[in-house]
Design a protein around this ligand. Sequence first.
Ligand SMILES: [Zn+2]
Length: 86
Amino acid sequence: MGRVVHYRSFGTPGGEYASECRAAVVTEVPQYLTQEPMDGCPNGTDGEWIASLAVLGPSGTFFDRNVRQDEDSRDGGTWHWPERTD
Ligand SMILES: [Zn+2]
């Protein structure tokens, strides 16, 4: 709880806004995974971690629950560790 990660924002479909990294604070680490195919398995099974986040955007903070980890950070709406240089 309270660790800072990166949240990958959604870009707009037309490309007006690119998907970007946002700082996010972990607010909850759920006990169980919530998405198929590992719905109901303990969080962290096969390296699949989800977290609830407070995302710090330039124009406000928003909260999102059960966000999937994606260290490739290609997909919007995922989180990754911030050590990467992006
Ligand atoms: Zn990042």
